[in-house]
Design a protein around this ligand. Structure first.
Ligand code: SAM
Length: 240
């Protein structure tokens, strides 16, 4: 049966119109998210110690988490009532302040970084944010040397924001460190592009490692994973 030309045109017009409306809705939603995120950023920037830590991280080339990512970290640590958190990548302390703000009042953050100067800044940032010296244990060293020395099953949460090439290895360490039901979080997982790999686009070691991490979490059905599209992408999962 042939469709009359007028009916065909009407159907095509209606589909095109639906596509325009759905594109407009999508733009409106994106704008709404950006506006709300900007409000989060503003309220965080109005907060002295956090804003100082953030600025120091930017100046020091230790990129701090943005406010939306920080809010997600605080939310996660509060949601599980975290008492003991391991952080890889202290930087100048921005993510640590967010994590401490979510943890229970007597909770302890163990945070690891190779850079002593960054950690000195983070230590003073934690103090300025109102956290006593006993609330944060700063350990200097490479994470793959430090993490094996920490107690098996002794932590509620492991939060990673460091060298991406080691993300698969950090996941294995996190699985050992976390209690059952604990939460692991990786920042900066939005790597690569939609373009297929080929001679013109060869993924680098960081991208390969992040893909490996994502695949491992995706394919192991015992994890309860969540990919949060904030900042540079946050992958979180509940340990089986
Ligand atoms: C993106 S910055 C962390 C920013 C921090 N999370 C914040 O919000 O302020 C990454 C940090 O990881 C540290 N880092 C890089 N490789 C590391 C390794 N192998 N072990 C421990 N820390 C490492 C760097 O020195 C840097 O401070």
């Amino acid at each position: 049966m042939t469709i009359p030309r007028s009916e065909h045109l009407a159907t095509t017009f209606s589909r095109t119109w639906e596509a325009v409306i759905s594109a407009e809705e999508s733009v409106a939603r994106t704008m709404w998210v950006r506006t709300e995120q900007a409000r989060f950023e503003q309220s965080a920037m109005g907060d002295g110690p956090l804003a100082d830590a953030y600025d120091a991280g930017v100046r020091a080339a230790a990129p701090p988490v943005d406010a939306a990512t920080g809010a997600a970290l605080r939310f996660l640590s509060a949601a599980i009532g975290a008492r003991s958190v391991v952080e890889v990548g202290t930087g100048c302390g921005t993510s640590g302040i967010w994590l401490l703000r979510g943890m229970v009042p007597e909770g302890i953050l163990t945070t690891v970084d190779v850079n002593a100067a960054y950690q000195d800044y983070a230590r003073s940032a934690f103090a300025r944010a109102g956290f006593g010296a006993g609330r944060a244990r700063l350990i200097r060293g490479t994470a793959l040397e430090v993490l094996p020395r920490l107690t098996d099953g002794g932590y509620d949460m492991v939060s990673v924001d460091a060298d991406q090439v080691s993300y698969p290895a950090y996941l294995e360490e996190a699985l050992r460190l976390l209690r059952p039901g604990g939460v692991v979080v990786f920042n900066n997982v939005m790597v690569g592009s939609d373009e297929p790999d080929g001679p013109l686009r060869v993924p680098g070691p960081a991208e390969i490692a992040v893909r490996e991490l994502m695949q491992r979490v995706r394919e192991d059905e015992s994890f309860i994973p969540l990919l949060v599209p904030v900042g540079e992408g946050l992958l979180t999962a509940i340990r089986p």
